[in-house]
Design a protein around this ligand. Structure first.
Ligand SMILES: *Cc1c(COP(=O)(O)O)cnc(C)c1O
Length: 330
């Protein structure tokens, strides 16, 4: 087995470091999904973080680890939105300057949210890779510290605190469905959960369009994928050809990766809205999509879906939940 680049002890340590800056989110039952799947299905509401997504955990843990010098020079990142927002929020709280580099694919609501948090939001190019070039320039020329959205032990440990909370609230959980992009979220959760429940299954779910980790695991090494617009825009972007942590973590700890289509993501957004009465972004409901389509069998299990964020462009959200196939009010 490949040695993992982050430990369960680092996840435990992150918990108290970030405690006063993040919300300890609730785990709520989903009666409709439980009924559909003949299982006990729960949702962990990371959408209730003050930035609307779980990424605040990892970003806060990383910024708390900066030394005096680094705090003065500031931090930089590139992001599809939620990570940039998290870094901006944590930076403002901790009085650290922040530059956020992002591509034109990022929805306007996310860009505005970052500017409102006082960060310097720079729009560069048509892909995360182009935004990365500017971020690297900030590191090399301006001496800023790069905060990766997923490929950093402190970020992964921060996201892993979700797993610790989950075990407290659902001690007999045996299947966790986690939205998957770069793999920081699932890597941290898998570390925390498997340390105490080695037989619990951790399944990553991502969109068919540009599934970087899925393709990389299949190839046996990190590969680049073409970025495409998706309802699950938070799951876009590559894993980095020079991936340090998350590829090995996923290869070692993730039991399976499942893909869902745009239509299936839309259906899960509608289900989450009309049945669970929750607003969630496309990338946050892929676990529910995997259950609704039967791509993951849950019968008889205690299942947790990580509802990872709510930062959807609201006109787009309204279009999806009132569109064809709408279940209507039960
Ligand atoms: C970033 C993000 C993910 C995926 O997290 P990774 O650590 O990149 O795998 C899932 N859902 C939302 C809402 C996100 O912002």
């Amino acid at each position: 087995m490949t040695p993992v680049p982050v430990t369960a002890a680092e996840v435990e340590a992150a918990r108290s470091v970030i405690a006063e800056h993040v919300v300890r989110t609730p785990v709520v039952p989903s009666p409709s999904l439980s009924h559909r799947c003949s299982a006990a299905v729960f949702l962990k509401l990371e959408s209730l973080q003050p930035t609307g997504a779980f990424k605040l955990r990892g970003a806060t843990n990383r910024l708390m680890a900066l030394d005096e010098d680094e705090r003065r020079r500031g931090v930089v990142t590139m992001s599809t939105g939620n990570h940039g927002r998290a870094v901006a929020y944590a930076a403002q709280r901790l009085s650290v300057p922040a530059v956020i580099c992002m591509s034109r694919l990022v929805p306007a609501n996310k860009v505005e949210a970052i500017r409102d948090l006082g960060a310097d939001a720079r729009i560069i190019g048509n892909s995360q890779d182009e935004a990365e070039v500017e971020a690297k320039r900030c590191v090399e020329e301006d001496g800023m510290v790069m905060v990766s959205p997923f490929d950093d032990p402190a970020v992964i440990a921060g996201q892993g605190t979700i797993g610790l909370e989950l075990l407290e609230d659902l001690p007999d959980v045996d299947l966790v469905l986690v939205p998957l992009s770069g793999g920081g979220l699932i890597g941290g959760i898998a570390l925390a959960v498997k340390a105490r429940r080695p037989h619990a299954r951790i399944v990553g779910v991502t969109m068919e369009r540009g599934a970087a980790m899925y393709e990389s695991l299949k190839a046996g090494h990190p590969v680049a994928v073409t970025e495409e617009a998706s309802l699950a825009d938070s799951l876009g972007g590559g894993i980095g050809l020079d991936n340090r942590c998350t590829f090995d973590l996923c290869r070692t700890l993730v039991d399976d990766v499942v893909l869902v289509s745009e239509r299936e993501i839309a259906e899960a957004m509608r289900h989450t809205f009309w049945q669970d009465r929750l607003v969630a972004e496309g990338g946050a409901v892929v676990g529910q999509a995997a259950l609704l389509t039967g791509k993951v069998t849950a019968a008889g299990h205690t299942v947790a879906c990580i509802l990872s964020g709510r930062n959807v462009d609201m006109p787009q959200f309204v279009e999806v939940v009132t569109g064809p196939g709408t279940g209507g009010s039960p």
